[in-house]
Design a protein around this ligand. Structure first.
Ligand code: IMP
Length: 193
């Protein structure tokens, strides 16, 4: 099958690198559309991603996808979840470790939602990875909450201590990207473009 090219609208270059690695396995190329996405306030990542994708499409009129992710901490009733980016900007990893200092239950998960929009169609794909919030910040790889998240499927290291191929082997974003890639491969997307 011919190589397919789709645009990835995001302001985060690390996400582009992660997505390129996965999608090339499916013969899908991505072109980075560097842009600050418009986001609505919602408790649901899917709603946020759909809104951002449709706004980006209205602006660019190119078949594109966006990705919205968040860290959900069980003991904090899912906080910061959809507010992850604001929480990271304001109190960062140290702030979250502080909020968690008194708790033994450190279960958390990352969720990633991809929304593809071609004007005619919007579709979403979800991926999750479960783990624990560490007691301290560890590692300099990745971005965001990577240094305080220990995936259950790993060897006790945080995402921040894993290189990009170790992280992308199990990450929430990879899982959403694989579902998206399977859909692209099994659908005649030229119908929607
Ligand atoms: P975004 O709105 O999808 O860019 O993500 C919201 C926030 O979640 C980001 O500012 C990061 O702090 C955090 N986040 C999203 N994905 C990841 C990840 O793969 N590792 C670490 N933090 C992430």
């Amino acid at each position: 099958m011919d190589r397919i090219t789709i645009f990835f609208a995001t302001g985060n270059i690390v996400k582009v690198e992660e997505a390129e690695r996965i999608l090339k396995e499916y013969n899908i190329s991505i072109l980075h559309l560097p842009m600050k996405l418009l986001e609505i306030q919602s408790e649901n990542l899917e709603e946020i991603a759909v809104f951002s994708a449709q706004k980006a499409w209205a602006d660019q009129e190119k078949p594109l996808f966006v990705e919205d992710a968040g860290l959900f901490i069980k003991r904090l009733n899912g906080f910061p979840g959809p507010y992850s980016s604001y929480v990271f900007k304001t109190i960062s990893n140290e702030g979250v470790l502080g909020l968690m200092a008194q708790y033994e239950d450190r279960i958390a998960y990352f969720q990633s939602v991809i929304a593809f929009c071609s004007g005619k169609k919007t579709v979403t794909f979800k991926g999750e990875v479960y783990g624990k919030i560490s007691r301290e910040r560890r590692g300099n790889f990745g971005f965001g909450f990577d240094p305080i998240f220990i995936p259950d499927e790993g060897d006790g290291r945080t995402f921040g201590e894993m290189n990009i191929s170790e992280k992308t082997a199990i990450s929430h974003r990879t899982r959403a990207l694989r579902k998206f890639a399977e859909w692209v491969k099994s659908t005649d997307i030229s119908k929607f473009i």
